[in-house]
Each structure stands twice: as structure tokens, then as C-alpha cells.
Design a protein around this ligand. Sequence first.
Ligand SMILES: Nc1nc2c(ncn2[C@@H]2O[C@H](COP(=O)(O)OP(=O)(O)OP(=O)(O)O)[C@@H](O)[C@H]2O)c(=O)[nH]1
Ligand SMILES: [Mg+2]
Length: 300
Amino acid sequence: MATRCGFVAVIGAPNAGKSTLVNALVGAKVSIVTPKVQTTRARVLGIACKGEVQIVYVDTPGIFAPKRRLERAMVRAAWQGAGDADVVLLMVDVAARASGRDEALEPILAGLRDAKRKAILVLNKIDLVKPADLLAIIQKLNAEGLFTDTFMISALKGDGVADLEKRVIELLPAGPWLYPEDQVADMPLRLLAAEVTREQLFLQLSQELPYSISVETESWQERADGSVRIEQVVHVLRESHKPIVLGKGGQQIKRVGAASRVELEKMLERKVHLFLFVRVSPDWANDPERYQAMGLDFER
Ligand SMILES: Nc1nc2c(ncn2[C@@H]2O[C@H](COP(=O)(O)OP(=O)(O)OP(=O)(O)O)[C@@H](O)[C@H]2O)c(=O)[nH]1
Ligand SMILES: [Mg+2]
């Protein structure tokens, strides 16, 4: 069989729905999703096979004007994802665009222009806007001359996703598959498990606090009864953050742990014993080892 294989990067502003789309295309949860911006912090691969084609989707952190070191590393990772890909999907949240909350998009269009990079325009969240608004958005964006195709989808509901997939497949080059057929992710399990807990922290903690948190799997023990014992550290930047993450009588961290354990048991298809420890690590956001563990380059 003449196989084909290639990389498809999904880029866009924070919260556009990139991770939701990659999970939908892969048919499994490979990347965490929350209503908060800047959920994805590094490139995350999701792998799908259709007939003779293997598609390696590259979910990327949202692109925005970065200020801190972690943010700069995230945005660099996103552009690198686009640079290395056979196909680039630029995802736009049409609800944000229709209401003028899309300041992040202009610099991304400029980035594509500078890189002389053609992309497929993917208008997402069409379930949230009126058709007339959609038409105006399409006309304006297509005037840029940057896009080879335009698709309108709802990554959340699945509308239009199959058509997009069909087009993407047509564009991939001949070549051997890079991963075994049954593999959907390439993230090490320890990191994936840390991401699942971080997702719960993003969902359950309010406002800015999740941005100063990093989760690390410190120990992973397979047990004779088939279960797994996982110990994770939740790094916070300040002493004052610790009581908030713990909650009164430890209730908050217990809720996070309980929800994360349910997700992990689904993913790993076995019983999980999860232990979370909150640690004040004032310098985690400047620690090269933390970056390496997250799959990010550290800028000296
Ligand atoms: N209504 C609606 N919501 C969507 C759709 N796609 C994604 N969302 C929601 O948008 C929010 C952000 O989704 P993500 O997939 O995390 O977005 P992202 O682009 O990966 O975000 P970052 O990783 O922060 O850059 C979540 O609450 C999703 O449920 C859609 O088609 N319709
Ligand atoms: Mg994401």
C-alpha cells in the first residue's frame, strides 16, 4: 500500500478551540480544554489514521503578545509548530471576531504574511453567530490573500469537521507512517497525567491563579493489583497561593484530585490512586528543567 503521512498544525489566538478540534479529529482526548485562555502550553501531537493516510495533528498554544518567559516560550512553540507542518490550519473564533474581541488575530495574520505561509482558514464556533455575521467575516479575512480554503465548523458540536478532515488528507504527501496505527498521542503518560490535573485546576480555580501553577508527576507506581499510584506536585509561585489551592480544610485540592482521578481512570482504563501535594516553588517559571518537562524550549 502506498502510504501517506504528514503534519497538520492548528494555530490561532488563545481560546479559538484548537484543542477541541484536535481532540475531535483524533477521536480521543489528547489535549486539555478549558474555557480559559492559554490553556495549552506546549505543542501536543494527536495522531489519526484514515485508510492509507496517517495524519499527525499538532495542537499549539494560542498566539498572543507574550510578556513573561513562559508566555514567550509558548508562542515560540506555536510558530515552530506551524513552521514544521505540511498543512497549517488557522483557527478563528467567529464569536470573538463578531464582537470585536479578537485583537490577537491581526499579529497572527501578519506572522503568516511574513513567513509567506499559506494556510487553511477554519472559522470555528459557528454555533454562536448569525449567518450574516459569518459572511462578513469570511469576506474580510479572505481579502488577505493568505488562505487556500475556508471551512466553517463547530469543533464542539462536530459540524463541518469531516469536510475539513477530507481536505486535509488530500494535501498530505506520500511517505511512511511515523507512528504505530493504534497510537493517538505521543506525550509521555506522566506528562499527560499532569495535564489532566492542570485542566482541573484551570476549571476549578478562579481568575489568574491557574497561570501561576505548574503540575509535575513525581512518582508513578504500577501495582500488583493492576492499579497505578500517582503522586503529583502542584507548584505555586507564592506562599499566599497555597491556602487558596488547598481550600478550607483541604477541600479545594480534594475536589481537584477527585475530578482528575475520574479522568485519569477513564484514560488509563484502570484504577488510579492519585495524591496531590501543593508546593511553593517561587522560581518554577524560570526553571529550565520544568520547561523541558513541559516540552518547551527554555530561553536563556
Ligand atoms: N460554542 C462553542 N464553543 C467551543 C467550540 N469549540 C471550542 N469551544 C469552547 O471554547 C473554549 C476553548 O476551547 P479550547 O479547545 O481549549 O481552545 P484553544 O484554542 O485550545 O485554547 P488555548 O489552548 O488556550 O489557546 C472551551 O470552553 C471550548 O468548549 C465551538 O465550536 N462552539
Ligand atoms: Mg488549547
